[in-house]
Design a protein around this ligand. Sequence first.
Ligand code: PLP
Length: 396
Amino acid sequence: MISEKMLALGKKSSAIREIFEYGKKRKAEIGAENVFDFSLGNPSVPSPPVVNETIKKLIEEEDPVLLHGYTSAPGDMETRSAVAAYLREVYGTDDTAENIYMTVGAAASLTVTLGALVCEGDEVIVLAPYFPEYRVFAENAGAKLCEVPCRAGDFQVDAEALRAAVNEHTKAVIINSPNNPTGVVFSEESIKAMAALLSEKEKEYNHPIYIISDEPYRELVYGGVKAPYTANYYNNTVSCYSFSKSLSLPGERIGYICVSKKCEDWRELFFAVCGAGRALGFVCAPSLMQKIVPACLGKTADTSIYDRNRKLLYSELTSYGYECVAPDGAFYMFVKAFCEDAAEFCEAAKKHELLLVPSDSFGVAGYVRISYCVTTEQIERALPAFRALAEDFGKI
Ligand code: PLP
């Protein structure tokens, strides 16, 4: 007898992964240059030089036993202090090493945070469209997942829809800005409205309602837009950060949890994070990766390439009749399908060797996600295929 729940999860890969695997097969059949794969959020821009320089320096200069040995379970003290100093400097917070927990990317940050918060009977709200793994993480922590749609038209937070969903069982709301899959950055107005509503509901139900702020795209913003730092707007915030996207290091698995010191009983909550990390086996994040963090804080891969891709794709696709909210961040565009069924639309796109992800697994029908963290050359070569797809549906 094995776990039916885990068996089902393991057998069924995510819609994104399925398309990615199809793409690999197709590329082997007709050549990689003939397949326009926009399925995965795998950064295409190399890490900034400071990453490899710091790795080399550490390998050459540090005691290898210490360098590759275990750190403390919540992370190396110097690294946690550096992260806290960075957050104090950039966002004016009062963080110290004591409220920072190093993890293996945003996925672990989220599962550990949910593990620390969720009790029997709790509900966790997600704002649709949302990163599909939230369901897996929240349900595995024992929560019931409740989807609340974002505002139609601009995909900002719909405070009234949120009001209707929050109830005495609500433990947390997961938010993600800049957003995967829409590319939208939640405005200060959106965050303030959500914070005011949740504070009101905390008083009404007499218990904390947390915001879990999933922030792997925090620095990927364009055109002068800034992503408001949620912990500065709402006390009971736990920030889940990852260096996967900002430093183009998704395979190295490094990130952190910041339990805001403004959280009610933050020390207790931090202990619960340590406990969940222990129970889930996410202790002592990769030592070498932790040790590069102090030198890399605030640095990013060359995001001007994503910005160039964003502008090119947005202007061309809208000129062919595609509808889409102009994305201000991350590296995704969420485009309305030309027919009701997004999966059917993706099949039609495949005929032009365009690999797009249908929106259904993001909790919304009728859209496709285009991941533009690809080479600009791929986008240029794919434009005739996007045009032909629009022609198929009579848009041109
Ligand atoms: N959250 C969001 C919104 C993401 O898009 C991703 C990855 O694509 C993750 C979390 C997981 O990130 P990581 O690779 O750091 O675990």
